[in-house]
Design a protein around this ligand. Structure first.
Ligand code: PEP
Ligand code: MG
Length: 545
């Protein structure tokens, strides 16, 4: 039996599609003299294939984004047609190297030389060269390069790892589920799977070796079972379980539009977490009463340069307008950790989750946060918007961020641009430091939102994305619960409220406990909203007499 770490429950049955295997080890062994010509042919064929692929991408980009955006691909084609490049690679093949190793070596050498020259134009060319090198090698090795949004057959994805930005391209109509070798329960890839409501299992050792393309797969993330080319009777039995699972899900639908009021009368707001504007549709369909967390970094990751103030403003405005009179909490950029943004050129770190992440980046890249705050404030004129800052550990940071908000407000006023002068400001409580000084912090902000995903990893010293320690990752560990209690108490003492937007909020096993602790608002993965509402309606806030 093959199993892993369940991240999103359900059952998917379908053909496998192996993707993103470009990290597959390139063998270094020498080839025999007889094979040299064959290797050269393989290389030349790959160049031709790469050119054709890029021509198609160029055409698509031109149609979607205009001619100027598609020009970069003309550059790619020119590099591929460059005789010098081919000559250098073929020279190495003639020295009995494989086509892929020869390409890798030549590309590496070119990049090294380009890096010596400090020039912005060349820096961008390095990215192009890397991209092209990867494409040539993948084509030599016959590896598919996929844009997940373009998959148009119903498949179960099998891969080593998916990045959060790749996962956010998933179209759930065609991607029935996914299995990865790496990843943990609350990595951002897993969170997206949950919010899409597609079955997923991560941390499955060697799955890319066990499965071949077009194998028939049963991905049962209810029972943590993966079957490859199973017998007919297994398929029939799993289909039955799935039917029951879907029927139960359907039954919960009656709770979608009900209020989450406890048996002793405390009404708790149930919001949704979203990563992109379209997620609002799923949120509304499931009865979200607010957006308790909009992870704006996904907007940044979907682009190849920083989104402008205008681009951001249009999206934030659309989001509040779509939510009509309901509240929307926009969290400012939380890049770093497992969320990377290539064009920001963030340094590679030993411990990215403990390093240069979220608000820590704002100090050196002040215009990023100023632009974002300006866009959020402008959008605040069109609905109930709140600002939330991630990764806080000190009062000093809050002073800095509030000062920035004031500066942006002042400038907007000067420019005669309307905004909500009394916009509410909140912070994520996702570090033990913030939880322990929450009494002081709550005097400075309007609300808290508990980020249990990070709070757990930082409290337990367990990487949230590492399958090797995932058995130690427990959002209901007594230490985490103790910190949450401290935070809720501190906020209430100072007349503020505390929500929770980490995955603990979506865990039905934790709902009654969180209600008892006094959490005022839950922000959950949209598909979980009906179930969480149901459980709250069966809970008591105060002890039953
Ligand atoms: C959290 O840490 O719990 C949280 C909600 O933020 P993210 O998952 O985006 O880090
Ligand atoms: Mg977090």
């Amino acid at each position: 039996m093959i199993s892993g770490i369940i991240v999103s429950k359900g059952i998917a049955l379908g053909k496998s599609l192996l993707i993103n295997l470009e990290n597959k080890k390139i063998k270094k062994e020498k080839i025999s003299k007889k094979k040299i010509n064959l290797e050269i042919k393989k290389f030349l064929k790959s160049i031709k294939k790469s050119i054709n692929q890029i021509k198609k991408i160029k055409k698509y980009t031109e149609k979607k984004l205009g001619k100027s955006k598609s020009e970069i691909f003309e550059g790619h084609i020119m590099i591929l047609k460059d005789d010098e490049l081919s000559k250098d690679i073929i020279n190495l093949i003639n020295k009995r190297n494989t086509a892929e190793i020869s390409t890798k070596k030549v590309i590496k050498k070119q990049i090294k030389e380009m890096k010596k020259i400090k020039n912005k134009y060349l820096k961008n060319r390095i990215i192009d060269i890397k991209d092209i090198g990867k494409r040539i090698i993948n084509n030599i090795l016959n590896i598919n390069i996929k844009n997940l949004s373009k998959i148009n057959k119903k498949v179960i994805l099998i891969c080593k790892d998916l990045t959060p930005s790749e996962t956010s391209q998933i179209n759930k109509k065609n991607i029935l589920g996914f299995i990865t070798e790496l990843g943990g329960e609350t990595s951002h890839t897993s969170i997206i799977a949950k919010s899409l409501g597609i079955p997923a299992i991560v941390g499955v050792k060697n799955i890319t070796k066990k499965v071949k393309n077009k194998d028939f797969i049963i991905l049962d993330s209810i029972n943590n079972e993966i079957h490859i080319n199973p017998e007919k009777k297994t398929i029939i039995s799993k289909k039955k379980i799935n039917k029951k699972f879907l029927k139960n899900k359907k039954k919960l639908e009656i709770f979608k539009n009900l209020k989450a009021t406890t048996l002793d009368g405390k009404e708790i707001k149930i919001g949704a977490n979203i990563n992109k504007i379209n997620d609002i549709n799923i949120a509304k369909k499931n009865g979200a009463q607010s957006i308790g967390l909009y992870r704006t970094e996904f907007l940044y990751m979907s682009k190849n340069k920083l989104p402008t103030e205008e681009e951001q403003f249009i999206i934030y405005k659309k989001i509040v307008e779509k939510m009509k009179n309901k509240e929307v909490i926009i969290r400012t950029l939380d890049i770093g950790g497992d969320k990377n943004c290539k064009y920001l050129n963030l340094p590679k770190e030993e411990n990215p989750f403990l390093g240069y992440r979220a608000i820590r980046i704002y100090y050196k890249k002040i215009n990023i946060i100023r632009t974002q705050l300006r866009a959020i404030l402008r959008a605040s004129n069109f609905g109930k918007l709140k600002i939330m800052f991630p990764m806080i550990i000190s009062l000093k940071e809050i002073y800095f961020l509030k000062k920035e908000i004031e500066k942006v407000k002042k400038k907007l006023k000067k420019d005669n641009i309307p905004f909500n002068k009394n916009i509410k400001i909140g912070i994520m409580i996702e570090t033990p430091a913030a939880a322990l000084i929450s009494n002081d912090l709550s005097k400075e902000v309007d609300f808290f939102s508990i980020g249990s995903n990070d709070l757990t990893q930082y409290t337990l010293a367990v990487d949230r994305g590492n399958d090797l320690v995932s058995h130690l990752y427990n959002q209901m560990h007594p230490s985490v619960i103790k910190l949450i209690k401290i935070v809720v108490k501190a906020s209430h003492k100072n007349g503020k409220w505390t929500g929770i937007c980490g995955e603990l909020a979506s865990n039905p096993l934790a709902t009654k406990l969180l209600v008892k602790i006094g959490i005022d608002e839950f922000s959950v993965n949209s598909p979980e909203i009906p179930n969480i509402k149901k459980i709250i309606r069966e809970s008591y806030f105060k002890e039953k007499k």
